[in-house]
Design a protein around this ligand. Sequence first.
Ligand code: ADP
Ligand code: TRP
Length: 327
Amino acid sequence: MTTKKTLLSAVKPTGEAHIGNYFGAMRQFVDRQDDYRQYIFIANYHALTSVSDKLLLQKLTLELAMDYLAIGVDPKKTTLFLQSDVPEVTELAWIFNTLTTVPYLSRAHAFKDAEAKNHEVNVGLFDYPILMAADILMYGADVVPVGLDQKQHIEIARDTAQKFNRIFGETFKVPEPMILEEVKTVPGTDGRKMSKSYGNVIGLFASDEEIKKAVMSIPTDSKGVEEPKDPSECKVFAIHELFPGTELEALRARYKDGGIGYKESKDLLVEKIIAFIAPMRTRRDEIARDPEAVLKILKEGGEVARAVAQEKMQDVREKVGLKLTLK
Ligand code: ADP
Ligand code: TRP
């Protein structure tokens, strides 16, 4: 019998899930669950770096759990849990903090971006990559599926594992990022990276009306219907590319040859997005009718994850000298 490799990932409950999250990361949580031993969680400790409203955090957390289930994460195959049900990760993050230098963390993109915008950066945000390293290393993840923007964080987790292993002896597996080459960064309705923080998203469970509104708002140039168009320059086409296949290639040809206007391209895109979202939205509505069942799934997942973490921490505590033994 071959033992399955471990896959781990998470999303922060900081806003409505969008199709960028899905195509960049979440889809893989469903596609891979038969092949890997899988841990998927809701990064609510991480969310605290930007959400300080109890009711809002609770709402976003429960909604994200429902989103995972609606896209097809199966709790029988995947350990689905809340990050905060395993408080051991904060202990591990603390131990990693003592091995990490301030200049090293100061080079992280998220921190540099926040500083560049003159945001008052909280210590939690500065330390965000180290908590994420603890998340990843705690469960012995082999692979971490994420969008391209998280690549640096996986590198920090790798460096942290290697540093710890060098100082205290072989303890942590060095994880690999799993980034979908063909997707990398899903563009938003303004052509920038689709992101909750830019307000350019198409919600993963959006209504038909919301989808239409978002797609119609995509800016285009003033080329007429018959004029040839460069598909790589078109923000509408960039989103069409999420749905590869013969239809996409036919559309690409029509762009190049001329004969398709932006209105028609947008109408086609609306159709494609609705066809993809509608079944998940129905499932999401069913799941939302029984929130108790969702809490139960999270609780059970948390117990499984915590048992793994507690065992790992015994080894870590022993290795670093926190555990007293008389010899
Ligand atoms: P946001 O930028 O909207 O706040 P998150 O930081 O919560 O999104 O990201 C959750 C997951 O979705 C991460 O793995 C991230 O890399 C991925 N992701 C987010 N936006 C995109 C995008 N536009 N394209 C591809 N992947 C994305
Ligand atoms: N930082 C990730 C994001 O913004 C969320 C996250 C937290 C995560 N811990 C993780 C992702 C561990 C993968 C593995 O999307």
